[in-house]
Write a protein that binds this ligand. Structure first.
Ligand code: FFI
Ligand code: NDP
Length: 515
């Protein structure tokens, strides 16, 4: 019997960010391994015209929850969706709901965050810092609380090369930042943002670091732990391989490459691609929840959930495997044939952006205009290039994360828990994982049918022929223009033609002699 699964039995669990990528997998695993848990409270807001109930219904009816429905048929009765907007000062939770949350909650998993790299500082602070502070305040009023688990990111201190499992201070106190956001106007905040974030690349990593400081400062008597995952990718094993439902991290770029939009990328092939499967993060999170509640460590422990030091894969290897998978499992209606060029040179990046990204987009838009349709490729390409520029920082560097706490926890688990809540990425086979990742993107993100693979392959063949034809035509035009302008080119051209003519005459003569 798994001790961790038994621990969550009968518990009331509060999750923020349960509608997000990580939150959904966390909920799924909890229900599947501890179907006798009492209730999961999820703090959520209505979105895209859907009420809370409709959102919950959609999640429970997704492919991800198919196994849960078998082991926990009354799962819908065990989810309590509570209206909450973490951007509000008191989360806008009703009094009755607040009362229930405060009196019943045993465990808190705080996953909600804004993960956008380009969010203005005010928004990022509100969600990643102030909301964390408020949730801790709520937690301090929960008499039955056993553990508070905060999800941060391994990149919260990406300004350092070697990162230990400790909370690093930021130069300006989070409380001062929170206060200043209340009275500074947007233009001033925009002006001081670069100074505040310093050598971090964006407001996301900076505010996640501030969030950790808040956890440390406001922890009081709570049992708290922080988990720092690196780049969270599709599921490795559970509930099935390759599940993914958003474009963050590598997923968006894999789509862009598979559809033939992305042909070159400024990346260091030897830099470590510290991708970690989402189910591994969830297993560690649940193990940490159990350990923190049962063993009550004296201080706030930080756990790195990374792959680089256990089982490293680099961006070059990942790119090659992604491309190899496109050969077997191509995406439908590709714009161009998938092709990868990794370059770490600025000039070459500009060159490829002009030749391989912008020029085809302009030509295609011209074609759309000619055929009376609305041009859209240039806009899409500009977005892609903006995304690339925001991700570049992370694919041209390597970091070292120490993992003493994570390894200590692994050794504390019983063999059964090590199996059920496996977070040992040494067992991960990257080639298999990447293939399943690409397949998962095709099935669950792009919602493409596997039956369409032969047609997709045919389409790629047609694109290859068009590509050869186009290049040959381009070469001929260039050559014709050169001949018209340069005596030297003309001489070379006449030399080649007369050489070919002589060769032909020679073969003709020798074949006549043989007869
Ligand atoms: C050369 C060939 C190569 C072949 C092989 C290639 C494969 C191998 C190489 C793989 C290298 C991987 C490197 C990963 C490094 C990750 C490091 C993370 C480290 C930190 C980890 C964390 O701790 S934190 C979690 C990560 N956090 C994000 O990763 C958020 C990013 N994101 C945003 O910060 C916003 O998204 C941003 C972008 C501002 C847009 O902002 P925006 O307002 O312009 O756009 P929106 O988000 O509203 O989306 C508008 C349209 O862009 C589409 N789209 C959105 N994201 C997209 C995306 N990533 N790739 C494509 N397309 C994307 C979307 O589908 C919409 O399309 P549509 O309009 O048609 O619906
Ligand atoms: N994905 C990754 O690569 C990594 C993620 N992490 C961390 O993991 C955690 C989860 O990330 P992930 O699941 O990928 O992110 P998602 O963007 O998929 O999910 C974010 C969640 O936060 C919720 N949320 C955002 N704003 C509000 C709000 N104002 N009120 C209520 N809820 C809100 C979202 O709700 P809604 O659905 O309503 O928008 C959603 O449930 C984050 O803390 C992130 O920093 C760490 C490392 C890497």
């Amino acid at each position: 019997m798994s001790m961790i699964a038994a621990f969550y039995g009968g518990k009331s669990i509060l999750i923020t960010g349960a509608t997000g990528f990580l939150g959904k997998v966390l909920m799924e695993k909890l229900f599947r391994t501890s179907p006798d848990l009492k209730v999961i409270y999820i703090l959520m807001r209505p979105k895209a015209g859907q009420t809370l109930q409709q959102r919950v219904f959609q999640i429970l009816n997704s492919k991800l929850f198919e196994k849960v429905k078998e082991v926990c048929p009354n799962v819908h009765e065990k989810i309590r969706a509570i209206y909450a907007d973490l951007n509000h000062s008191d989360f806008a939770i009703s009094k009755e709901d607040m009362q229930e949350l405060l009196s019943c909650t045993n465990i808190v998993f705080h996953c909600a965050a804004t993960v956008r790299f380009d969010d203005p500082l005010r928004r990022a602070v509100q969600l990643n810092v102030t909301a964390t502070q408020q949730l801790l305040l709520m937690a301090s009023q929960m008499p039955k609380l056993e553990a508070f688990i905060h999800i941060s990111t391994a990149f919260s201190n990406c300004n350092l090369k070697h990162i230990d499992e400790v909370i690093y201070p930021c130069p300006v106190e989070p409380k001062k930042i929170i206060q200043s956001m209340e009275w500074l106007d947007d233009s001033i905040i925009d002006e001081i943002t670069p100074k505040l974030i310093g050598d971090r690349p964006n407001t996301y990593t900076y505010t996640k670091a501030l969030g950790e400081m808040v956890v440390q400062q406001e922890s009081g008597n709570l049992n708290i732990a922080i988990i720092r995952p690196s780049i969270v990718g599709a599921t490795w094993q559970e509930p099935f391989p390759g599940w993914v439902d958003n474009l963050n991290g590598p997923s968006g770029l894999i789509i862009a490459a598979g559809k033939g939009f992305l042909r070159a990328i400024k990346a260091t092939p030897m830099a470590v691609a510290d991708v970690i499967p989402v189910d591994t993060v969830v297993n560690l999170t649940l193990a940490v929840g159990w350990y923190t509640a049962v063993h009550r460590p004296k201080s706030t422990l930080v756990y790195h959930c990374t792959s680089g030091n256990f089982n490293p894969c680099n961006w070059g290897k990942m790119g090659i495997q992604v491309l190899a998978t496109f050969e077997k499992i191509p995406f439908e209606r590709a714009f161009r044939r998938p092709y990868a060029d990794f370059t770490s040179n600025n000039f070459m990046t500009q060159y490829w952006n002009a030749v391989s990204h912008r020029a085809p987009a302009i030509i295609y838009d011209f074609y759309l205009r000619l055929t009376g349709r609305k041009p859209r490729m240039t806009k899409l390409m500009n977005r892609l290039l903006k995304t690339l520029s925001l991700l570049e920082y992370f694919i041209n560097r390597s970091w070292e994360w120490s993992t003493y706490n994570t390894e200590m926890l692994m050794s504390e688990l019983s063999p059964e828990d090590q199996r059920v809540f496996n977070f040992d990425v040494r067992q991960l086979n990257w080639l298999e994982y990447i293939e399943n990742y690409v397949l998962g993107i095709k099935k669950y993100l792009l919602k493409e049918d596997m039956a369409g693979i032969p047609e997709a392959k045919q389409h790629l063949k047609r694109l290859r022929n068009i590509h050869y034809l186009f290049n040959t035509a381009l070469l001929l035009i260039a050559w014709r223009l050169l001949i018209a302008r340069s005596q030297m080119a003309r001489n070379v051209w006449f030399f080649i033609v007369s050489f070919c003519y002589k060769l032909l005459s020679y073969f003709r003569a020798s074949s006549t002699l043989k007869v």
